[in-house]
Design a protein around this ligand. Structure first.
Ligand SMILES: Nc1nc2c(ncn2[C@@H]2O[C@H](COP(=O)(O)OP(=O)(O)OP(=O)(O)O)[C@@H](O)[C@H]2O)c(=O)[nH]1
Ligand SMILES: [Mg+2]
Length: 392
């Protein structure tokens, strides 16, 4: 009997104890919530003046913390640490291995054909075919075959090294041009150098603006970016992100479909005021009609020129698009005075011969090459490094 009374007493005590613990927990939970909501609300008030101060009183544990966390969260990535990009010198040599990997098929095919004991008509046809397949273009390919045939006839027997030197000299002759490959980015008296990036969509204009801005900053210049691609808001975001990484400001419109020429004008105006060294203008690769795009680009350039002369109009071409890219290039060259070519995605194609074709077609030098998606994968074009990478 005593046992039963003892058990009943213990059970009552146990139940009582559990109940009070639960109550205490839930109360302290609420208190804790109230306390944290209060501090959050104060924090909120600090970051956003005018926020209702009593919000903490009604907030709950679950909703309170995210309230200030949200305005703070996007701010964190908006202030990235500013990177210090490497200078542009020696870039192409550093990227040579990448170029060699993508172009090795083209170079080794030519070398093995030229090293045959007998160079008959069929072999020369094959050589021409290899060149055409590498996008050198029919005209330049025939010219090269003719030149090589003459050399072989004159020089007679060939050691492998001689074959290599002969091919190197011939390719170099096709790639070299008297026009300067310098990208004119030196500040003028009273105004920045102005560079416009043009080309159809997806060729790599925005990426090239970003990479070029990095390399200019790496060389010690100050840069301002103009997001004159107003076709979609994401284009300006993309450019701004590149700029933020290296501390370059971006002038943009938040209105999709805003007038690209006005944005470009504003960017140049701000660039003059801020006394930066270079203003880089990114443009749209598409509008609703192609004629529209060309008219627009002409207008952008004319409007900029009310403020300052344009130093470079760089046509960005995707090396993987071959002849199609060349056709586009012709259209652009007719509208805006293209001063240089940026050949992107050379890392993704074995058709490096496009360098020859595009220069001959437009009479404009390839000034920069894109050799990857990385931030520093843009290099000033250097013919010797290019040819050496092709023929190994
Ligand atoms: N592999 C490789 N990819 C590149 C290179 N340059 C650009 N790209 C990629 O090509 C894609 C298109 O680049 P964007 O810079 O957005 O092209 P865009 O000309 O500005 O395009 P729109 O704004 O649509 O006209 C991106 O995924 C880039 O990372 C390059 O040299 N090599
Ligand atoms: Mg773009």
């Amino acid at each position: 009997m005593e046992y039963i009374i003892l058990i009943v007493v213990l059970a009552v005590l146990l139940i009582g104890g559990l109940g009070s613990t639960f109550l205490l927990r839930s109360r302290s939970g609420r208190r804790g919530g109230g306390a944290s909501a209060g501090s959050v609300a104060r924090g909120g008030t600090a970051t956003a003046p005018g926020t209702a101060d009593d919000s903490g009183a009604t907030a709950t544990t679950t909703v309170a913390p995210p309230v200030p966390a949200q305005p703070e969260a996007p701010e964190a990535p908006a202030k990235p640490t500013i990177e210090k990009p490497p200078p542009s010198a020696g870039r192409m040599v550093r990227l040579r291995a990448r170029l060699a990997r993508s172009q090795s098929g083209f170079g080794s095919a030519l070398l093995s054909l030229l090293s045959r004991d007998r160079l008959d008509d069929d072999t020369w046809d094959e050589i021409e075919e290899v060149l055409i397949t590498a996008d050198v273009g029919v005209g330049p390919a025939r010219q090269m075959v003719a030149d090589l045939r003459t050399k072989v006839k004159v020089e007679g027997s060939r050691t492998p090294d001689e074959v290599k030197q002969m091919l190197r000299a011939e390719l170099l002759a096709q790639v070299e041009t008297p026009a300067s490959r310098e990208v004119r980015t030196r500040r003028h008296e009273g105004h920045p150098a102005i560079v416009m990036m043009v080309g159809v969509n997806g060729t790599g204009k925005t990426t090239t603006c970003g990479k070029l801005a990095r390399s200019l900053v790496g060389d010690g210049q100050t840069v301002l970016l103009g997001a004159a691609d107003t076709f979609r808001a994401a284009a300006a975001d993309q450019l701004q992100t590149w700029g933020e990484r290296v501390g370059a400001q971006t002038v943009r419109s938040d209105k999709e479909g805003a007038d690209p020429a006005s944005v470009a004008f504003e960017a140049v105006s701000q660039g003059i005021e801020a006394e930066v060294d270079v203003v880089l203008i990114d443009t749209a690769g598409r509008l609703h009609t192609k004629t529209g795009l060309m008219d627009e680009l002409g207008k952008v350039k004319r409007v900029i020129e009310k403020k300052a002369s344009v130093d470079e109009v760089l046509l960005v071409l995707d090396a993987t698009t071959g002849q199609n890219g060349l056709r586009q290039a012709r259209v652009f060259a007719e509208v805006v005075d293209v001063s240089g070519i940026v050949l992107t995605k050379l890392d993704g194609t074995a058709k490096g011969g496009i360098v020859v074709a595009v220069q001959q077609e437009l009479g404009v030098p390839v000034k920069l090459v894109g050799l990857g998606e990385g931030p520093d994968d843009l290099a000033p074009f250097d013919p010797e490094t290019f040819i050496d990478a092709i023929i190994g």
